[in-house]
Design a protein around this ligand. Structure first.
Ligand SMILES: O=C(O)CCC(=O)C(=O)O
Ligand SMILES: [Fe+2]
Length: 201
């Protein structure tokens, strides 16, 4: 009993440290994105109130499946949030859509997969696209992955930045709070589901 408790404690500490470091990487990348848009580096952090941001960590465990080509562990989807930082585990399976084809992400060992999510697409009025992706699984390696969804605070209005809207790029998304976007599911409860289809103009 004692052993089990101490193992669980160790796991919690490792997980907390892992989340902290993934978040630090995410914040640095968001600073880079702020700069590419012509802002000072903390612009997105401040505008999205990331100090009280709403992050989700949703570990995935894909059991082994009887073999069939492209057996899906997760159907094609977009992710909510600003950025996703994913520890992809030891088996391949993550695929990204590129020009209508599915491409294997094939991350290097010990790497972090970073993807743009819905709220960056909305903020940039579609200049940076949320990544459409899916997971295929196979019958010889169990896949465990750990994504961290970095998001704004729930009361933050998410709308295209004026600098990304002009006559060639008309406003393409409605204005809603992050909470409203996460609640746009049949249960009207906060859920880690993409909201893009509900806000495209
Ligand atoms: O397991 C993966 O590699 C991706 C997981 C994912 O897309 C998700 O949890 O939203
Ligand atoms: Fe995802």
């Amino acid at each position: 009993m004692y052993m089990q408790d101490s193992i669980i404690c160790d796991c919690v500490e490792v997980l907390q440290e892992c989340i902290k470091r993934l978040r630090e990487v995410g914040i640095q990348l968001l600073r880079g994105i702020s700069k590419t848009l012509g802002f000072e580096e903390c612009y997105i952090e401040k505008r999205m109130k990331l100090e009280s941001g709403c992050d989700f960590i949703t570990p995935n465990d894909y059991p082994l499946r009887p073999y069939s080509e492209n057996q899906l562990g997760q159907a094609p989807h977009y992710d909510p949030g600003l950025l996703i930082l994913l520890l992809p585990g030891l088996s391949n399976g993550l695929q990204l859509e590129h020009h209508g084809k599915w491409i294997n992400a094939n991350p290097q060992p010990n790497s972090i997969v970073v993807s743009i999510a819905d709220q960056i697409e909305i903020l940039t009025n579609g200049k940076y696209k949320s990544v459409f992706h899916r997971v295929v699984v196979n019958n010889n390696v169990r896949r465990i992955s750990l994504p961290l969804f970095i998001g704004p605070s729930l009361d933050t209005m998410v709308s295209p930045l004026p600098v990304c809207v002009d006559e060639h790029h008309p406003l393409a998304y409605l204005v809603k709070t992050y909470k409203e976007l996460l609640e746009a599911n049949q249960y009207h409860e906060i859920d880690v589901k993409s909201c893009l289809k509900n806000v495209r103009v």
